[in-house]
Design a protein around this ligand. Structure first.
Ligand code: FE2
Length: 265
């Protein structure tokens, strides 16, 4: 399935029109048009530095020229389910040898996870939650009951039915090693799970970063940026990034194309 990019460039611009107009020395009408998706290259190049965004990357996003290459690797399944007017991703990572698996988030409905587990004769040993926003944990009760697997979430974002873990906590499942990195900012305890043991490293990032964008800095925009820079974009370039919304991407591609980070790493 080709999952569309999570945001277009008008979602990325999070500042009032009048503030932005003043700082970019443009009139409010030009800003309004930019926001509504009207492409104006000159205006965009003036707006980007005010927002701390990479102008070229923002320009590519605006012109729909950024499409991360689809990645499929053995042992990684994307389960994409509808949640109100959007779609949300959950992931299943499995060790091809032992058939042991880890479910990351539940999606709106965990049926596709359970179907995949049955089809591939997997045994879910762990359920790891990237964060506690409803769309990511909507079907936790059922997933937990059906798999019997223990559930873990960050100690900064505890919820009923889940045990808590600190940053740096490691899990071993078959030949897979998983390390929890605290990439908070979008939520108080947002976790990125770095998985080693498949053909390429994998990072399950929740809403910390998306292909060409990032989750809103609901708790702290500054820390969301800092954590993404320090903990996700320092992973090996070939790492497959699995965001909670939108398509898969890689660390290398986001360094080049994500307007929040291009030119900063
Ligand atoms: Fe979220």
């Amino acid at each position: 399935m080709n999952i569309p990019l999570e945001d277009n460039f008008s979602d990325v611009l999070e500042i009032s029109d009048s503030d932005l107009a003043e700082k970019a020395r443009l009139d409010a009408n030009t800003i309004r048009k930019l926001r509504s998706g009207h492409f104006d290259e000159l205006a965009l190049f003036r707006v980007a530095p005010v927002l701390g965004l990479g102008a070229r990357a923002l320009n590519d996003l605006a012109q729909n020229e950024y499409r991360p290459a689809a990645r499929e690797i053995d042992g990684l399944a994307v389960l994409n389910t509808p949640f109100h007017d959007m779609r949300v991703n959950a992931f299943l990572v499995s060790d091809p040898k032992s058939r042991k698996a880890i479910a990351f988030d539940t999606g709106a409905d965990c049926r596709p996870i359970l179907d995949r587990v049955a089809k591939e004769k997997l045994a879910v040993k762990l359920i790891l939650l990237t964060h506690a926003h409803t769309d990511h944990i909507a079907d936790l009760g059922r997933l937990k009951k059906e798999t019997g697997a223990p559930v873990y979430i960050s100690e900064r974002e505890s919820i009923p039915g889940a045990e808590t873990i600190p940053e740096g906590h490691e899990f071993n499942v078959g030949n897979l090693k998983i390390k929890a990195l605290l990439t908070w900012g979008h939520s108080r305890g947002g976790m990125t799970f770095f998985v080693a043991g498949l053909a390429r490293p994998v990072a399950i990032v929740g809403d910390s970063i998306f292909a060409g964008s990032m989750g809103g800095g609901n708790v702290s925009y500054k820390d969301a940026i800092k954590n993404n820079l320090e903990k996700i974009l320092t992973l090996p370039n070939e790492t497959v990034i699995c965001p909670g919304h939108g398509p898969l991407t890689t660390v290398g591609e986001e360094k080049q194309h994500n307007p929040f980070f291009a030119g900063r790493v």
